[in-house]
Every structure is written in C-alpha cells, then in structure tokens.
Design a protein around this ligand. Sequence first.
Ligand SMILES: Cc1cc2nc3c(=O)[nH]c(=O)nc-3n(C[C@H](O)[C@H](O)[C@H](O)COP(=O)(O)OP(=O)(O)OC[C@H]3O[C@@H](n4cnc5c(N)ncnc54)[C@H](O)[C@@H]3O)c2cc1C
Length: 383
Amino acid sequence: MILIIGAGLGGLVTAISLARAGLPVAVYEAASALTETGAGLTLGRGAQHVFRDLGLQADVAAFACPAGSLPFLHYKTARLLMGTPDAGDGTPDDGATDIVRHIYRGDLQAVMLAHAARLSIQVHTGKRLTGLEQDHVSVTAHFADGSSATGRLLVGADGIRSAVRALLHPGDAPRFTGHVAFRFLVPAALAAPFMGQGRSAIFIGPKRTFNRYTMQGGKVVNCAGLAETGEEVPEGWSLPSSIAEVGAAFPAWHPDATGLISQAHAVIKWGLYDRTPLPRWSEGRVTLLGDAAHAMLPFLGMGAAMAIEDGWALARSLALEPDIATALARYEAARHGRCETMQTMSRRQGEMTQAMDPDTLVPAAVPMANQDLMGFNPVRAGV
Ligand SMILES: Cc1cc2nc3c(=O)[nH]c(=O)nc-3n(C[C@H](O)[C@H](O)[C@H](O)COP(=O)(O)OP(=O)(O)OC[C@H]3O[C@@H](n4cnc5c(N)ncnc54)[C@H](O)[C@@H]3O)c2cc1C
C-alpha cells in the first residue's frame, strides 16, 4: 500500500495516477470533510497534459474557462502596458491541451474526488499526520486521533505547512516576504460593469497589482490584489479581511478595479512566504510533492500545476520501477530541476512586477516568463 498524506490537488492526482497503474493506494486527509475551499487557480499547460493522460480533460474543461490573453494595464488609466487585449468574446472551450485555463479550486477538487471514487480509492478524512517511522521494509504514519497506517511508501502531499516535511527537516522555516494577497470572488452579474478589458486582466500599480479573471463557465470573477504590508500576515484560507481594507490598499485605482472591490464577497488575506529549495525531497520510504516539496510565490500562478505534474511523474516512476529507491531517484531527477527553476522564476516575476513603474514603462519592453518553461509537456518528457 502507498500512503498519501493530504487530499489536495497533488495528493489526489498522485492517488488517481497510481490507481490507474494498478498500484494500491490510500489517502489520509487532516480535514474532517472535503468541502469547497479556496479561490481561483490558473492551470498551466503541463497540468492539462496530465489531465488528458488521466482521462480527466473533459471533466476539468467543463468547469474551467480558457484564460485568453493576460493584458497588463496601467492602474489608473487602464492603458495597455504589455501583452495583448483579451477578445472578451468568451471563445468556447474546445478541450485543447495547449491553452491555459482558470478554474475554481473547489470544482477541480470535486472532479478529482469523483474520479477517485470511481477508481475505489479510499480517502480517509479526519486523519492529521503527527508522526512517522520507517525501516527497510515499511513506513508507518501516526495520526492525531491515535490511529496509524503502514505501507511501503509514504508521500507527503500535505501542502505549504507540511507535517511530513517538518518531520524530515526540522527547523526549516518559511520567510515572510512582506507581501499580502487579498482574495475574493464576485458573481459575474455584479462584475459585468467592470469587465471592459475582457476575461483576464492585471492592473499594475506602484508596488502592487490587481489581477482578475472569469471562471466557473463565466459565472464568477476571481480577484486577487497583491500589496506590500508592514505587518506580518499568516498564510491560509481562514484570515478574514474586508472591502474597506482592500479598498485602502488600492486607493484611487481605475474604476474597473475599485468597482470589483466594492462588490467583493468574503474577502480573505493571505501572507506570502518564500522557502529555500530543498536539495532532496526523499528520505528512505518517504517523499514529498507539490507545495510540501517546493511551495512557490504565486506570481506565475504555477503552484498547483507543479503539484499536479509532480503527482503524475511520481506515479509513473513507481509504475515503471519496482525498487522504491530507484523510483524515487527517477522521480526527483524528472522534477527537481523544473520545480526549483519555477520557484526562482516566480520570485523574479514578483520582483519584476512589483518594481515596474507603470508611468514610464515602455509597452512590451519587459520580457514575459520563458515560454519553454510554461509550455512544458510532462507526459511527453516522461520520467
Ligand atoms: C495567493 C495565492 C494564489 C495562488 N494562485 C495560484 C494559481 O493561480 N495557480 C496555481 O497553479 N497555483 C496557485 N497558487 C498555489 C496553489 O494553491 C498551490 O500550489 C496548490 O494548491 C498546492 O497543491 P498541494 O496538493 O501541494 O497542496 P494543497 O492543495 O494545499 O493540499 C494539501 C492538503 O493536505 C492536507 N493536510 C495538511 N496537513 C496535513 C496533515 N498533517 N495530515 C494530513 N493532511 C494534511 C490539507 O488539509 C490539504 O487538503 C496560489 C497560492 C496563493 C497563496
């Protein structure tokens, strides 16, 4: 049995990929129920290739929206600074794998849970991992409720505050970056007067950005305002903010940004933390993936896609290679360099965006993230 800790995006893709390869797997999730959490996600092309390989592509596309282009706009005038304006015509989704999509995290998790149920994968909730021990034949996970589970491999897919990572690397603490993300949703009917620039747009101001895009088949607009802050803010889905607090962080911005803020529903704030890349993710019969291995800043919107690509690659390695040590070495060889590069690029993209002077920026003068990096096909690359 392979034990997966965490039923987030990375954990569920790993479980589905392993089950499809005929390998026994069980998932252990700390939450007492898997209810909808989160906001919108950008799903890069690599994740779309994984979904196609797993037969999930049509189900995912049914909930997602093609991203279209992402114009960078002046924060006060909405003048185009970089990129191309979005056609704004809601081009129908033809299910292609070579486009970026936006999706609500809860919808994606629901698609994966339904698929996991069809494959008879056991997902145990209320199982918070608190300890583990391993020897040369097995690994045992201990949970807060006093129960335990034993298998031949344990996968830490337990997110940015990973307990598995903390047990393998005590003292490895994240660093607060001095930035906060305000996140909220607006129903499309209320957002409509403020969507003049099409489905996706990012407003660039001094040391702050305001990003919004449609998702859920065009029914909802996902908004994220990223700003510098003097106070340390924790990460997580549960720290409430308010329209007044977001409004104060984006004063006198273009009416299409402030208009969306005025319609915000249930604003949360989320401190942005950076982590030093780990030299290795695996130790004996334990390995890490997704945010547990390489949580990255959100400036490229690639964290979830990396977790999804990792899960697929780990399962493929284990399916091809019966020896655990060899399979884990193969997995890390396929994934470590790409994820470390993406962590670095995400950090740089943030520094570049926050340092832009929207008043003097010459249109198209700043290079966008490397297209080879963003267009990578993990299924073709293999392990
Ligand atoms: C502001 C912001 C914006 C973002 N925008 C994007 C974006 O546009 N596109 C994108 O790709 N990514 C984005 N991300 C990143 C993305 O959300 C994560 O990279 C992704 O969710 C990681 O998936 P995961 O499976 O590794 O972890 P998660 O999805 O976080 O799942 C971890 C799971 O483990 C469980 N768990 C935790 N501890 C334990 C324990 N001790 N025992 C058992 N279970 C446990 C949790 O309850 C959770 O279900 C953004 C992040 C932030 C902060």
